[in-house]
Design a protein around this ligand. Structure first.
Ligand code: PSV
Ligand code: MN
Length: 390
């Protein structure tokens, strides 16, 4: 079957914080059987990978996931075929015993001591990542202001740039630095790294191993994300992706649950960009960054993994030559027909075949339900377990 080969190597990292039931700021409803420690989180990713053969990596958040014995953690992951994707730093929460508070920011803070502490934390995250075999760090900053006048924009950006440059200078040669952006939340008037342009500027100021990371939920409604993707790849500065879906803001819903056509259009630009990679953009880091409080988190991740692969295969089906011709002719209706022909193709048999080739479950979601995996986890781990993290 065509295309099966192209998707066999397509792996998406699972974030450690999506394995437990998520919450909103109003409530959290445990499903039971959630992983209570790093070992159990890796077990869960191993299960997802065994079922799908598409979740071969985990992304850790420090300090939520500090390994007590890194080589044992590494061995456990390797035995399940799991690699360590980007490590994520956390300067958006205060930790017990820390000298300075991040209430008014971290890398942008007016206090040199707070900035130093946040930089040192990122350096420690790189060290932990090195012990595990990660090759990248993702920095997302909650820094910003909720009221006009609270922050001097220019000074905040200068501090952030200087701090990121210092973190970048400690980056091992074979590592990459990903800089995430977000227009609002938790700050509601301004965020220091508010958009892809600011992230791009910071990545440029750091150097060739620094890249912009696009989180689908980090855009104002109706933003043309596929166009951002196209621009960043053409500049050679797209580092990776955090997949989720949303109706209004950073809703962190299951990938493809609200706007599957947008997801397809994004993949169309990714596929086109990577096949016409004139700026030498390195391979992208793919990760799911979704979490909410209604579904079984593992079922939710299975649905997200499937949605990502469906959009990817559909994008591979776009007749790029015909599309280019139709664009040359100014045949707008035909351009739409070509995109829709790919988008409306049922590619699930291709995914099933890819899983069969790799010995994974033909229908992972159904298998998970039939085997009553959640009940097994509840029996093993208890019904009141609470995942660490968000
Ligand atoms: C922030 O909204 C974000 O997308 C960043 O990637 C964080 O690291 C992650 O969510 C978890 O808080
Ligand atoms: Mn994210």
């Amino acid at each position: 079957m065509p295309l099966v080969g192209e998707i066999l190597d397509f792996q998406v990292a699972i974030p450690s914080w999506a394995l437990g039931a998520g919450g909103t700021r109003f409530g959290r409803f445990s499903t039971g059987g959630e992983p209570a420690n790093l070992e159990q989180k890796i077990e869960d990713v191993g299960l997802l990978h065994a079922l799908t053969h598409s979740a071969g990596a985990i992304s850790l958040h420090i300090p939520w996931d500090i390994p007590s014995d890194p080589s044992a953690t590494r061995e456990q992951a390797a035995s399940l075929g799991i690699a360590f994707d980007a490590v994520n730093s956390n300067t958006f929460q205060d930790q017990p015993g820390q000298a300075f508070s991040y209430k008014f920011g971290s890398l942008c803070h007016t206090s040199e001591g707070a900035r130093r502490q946040a930089i040192d934390h990122n350096l420690q995250v790189i060290e932990i990542g090195q012990q595990l075999g990660s090759k990248s760090i993702t920095v997302w900053l909650a820094d910003g202001a909720s009221f006009p006048g609270q922050l001097n924009f220019r000074r905040a950006l200068d501090h952030t740039r200087n701090a990121l440059q210092e973190i970048y200078s400690a980056l091992p040669d074979d590592w990459r630095l990903f800089i995430e952006y977000k227009p609002y939340e938790p700050n509601f008037y301004s965020m220091v790294v508010q958009d892809w342009g600011t992230s791009f500027h910071l990545a440029q100021a750091c150097g060739e191993k620094a890249f912009t990371l696009v989180d689908l939920g980090h855009h104002l409604p109706n933003t043309n994300i596929e166009q951002i993707v196209s621009t960043l790849i053409s500049l050679g500065k797209l580092g990776g992706f955090h997949f989720n879906d949303s109706k209004y803001g950073d809703d962190d819903l299951t990938v493809g649950s609200i706007k599957p056509y947008q997801l397809f259009l994004i993949f169309n630009e990714l596929v086109y960009g990577m096949k016409n990679n004139t700026a030498g953009n390195p391979p992208l880091a793919w990760m799911i960054d979704a979490s909410h409080n209604l579904k079984d988190p593992l079922e939710d991740l299975l649905q997200s993994l499937e949605a990502i692969r469906i959009a990817y295969v559909q994008a591979l089906l776009v007749d790029q030559r015909a599309l280019a011709n139709a664009q040359l002719e100014g045949d707008v209706a035909l351009c739409q027909e070509i995109l829709h022909a790919a988008y409306r193709t049922d590619v699930r048999p291709i995914l099933r075949e890819a899983r069969r080739v790799k010995g994974a479950a033909l229908d992972p979601f159904l298998f998970y339900r039939q085997q009553e995996v959640r009940n097994q986890l509840i029996r093993e781990r208890g019904s009141k377990t609470v995942a660490t993290g968000l």
